[in-house]
Design a protein around this ligand. Sequence first.
Ligand code: A3P
Length: 317
Amino acid sequence: MALIFDRYKDRLATLPKERGWMTENLYMYQGYWHQSMRRISVENVMAVQDTFKARPTDIYLATLPKSGTTWLKALVFAMVNRNRYKCKPLSTDHPLLVSNPHNCVPFIETKVFINMPTYADAHSPRIFATHIPYTSLPQSILDSSCRIVYLCRNPKDVLVSMFHFANKLREKSCSPLTFEETFELFSKGVMPMGPYWDHVKGYHEFSLECSENVLFLTYEDMKRDATNNVKRLAKFLGCPFTKEEEVNGVVQGIIELCSFENLREVNKQGNVFEGIPNNVFFREGNVGDWTNHLTDEMSQILDQITQEKFQGLDISF
Ligand code: A3P
């Protein structure tokens, strides 16, 4: 294991660098900016590319950081496991009543899944998350015809959310980032797993090519109409709600359990991983908080980039 990581460390030294958000540097690997020396790092991405074994029954939840990953993890975990852990009436032992969704649905790009046999024994379907861009996904995922759900969010809200998140978790040795600095970095495409636009576009095109296997959702649409999106998700994942479940309020039970207010309350204390508090994943949970942070000029610049990059694509927020 150590030897494998030494190999990736050697590769890291050859990659272009930029200023980091949470760590000192970001590294350009296969067209995207990655962190090193964190739980989710470029070395881990390289390692999963080499070692990760997908199964056709797997479910992957793909996102850019700050796009609603935690929410999507909770919803899919609750929906897929609803026979084991009832959502209506709610089982008192439901894992989401005591655990952060990040502990229920792991990222593949963490060391746990590299050369470890244990994950092979997990329940089926296995549910994983990833921030890895489509073009860098492990080949076994692309070859396995498993289901992938991609959730994207308005770039301006991603920027604002990431700004707050990064400053809370920024390494002590680095001075805090101003909003202007993060705006500059974001506009240049420099954010963990960015450029934002390329990440979204990659998965959007993938969803058009493989609509049976890839579902493309937006945070804004989920907020607007959680009921229909949750039903759509369940159908896509091969576990549609029965009429009886709908009448009995199971869909609403899942939505309530996974609501921002409920998850924030459960995750008020403790750490999700070492040094990362549970509560850092629950800030405002609203659409449009960017209006409180961006100047008109900043907003226009991002609108223009988005218009250019997403030209001809059916993506709206
Ligand atoms: P804000 O910072 O705008 O509040 P991620 O999970 O990808 O890290 O994204 C975090 C963002 O999703 C944060 O946005 C967070 O508040 C919001 N969020 C977390 N849980 C949510 C939920 N259950 N419903 C809606 N938004 C949620």
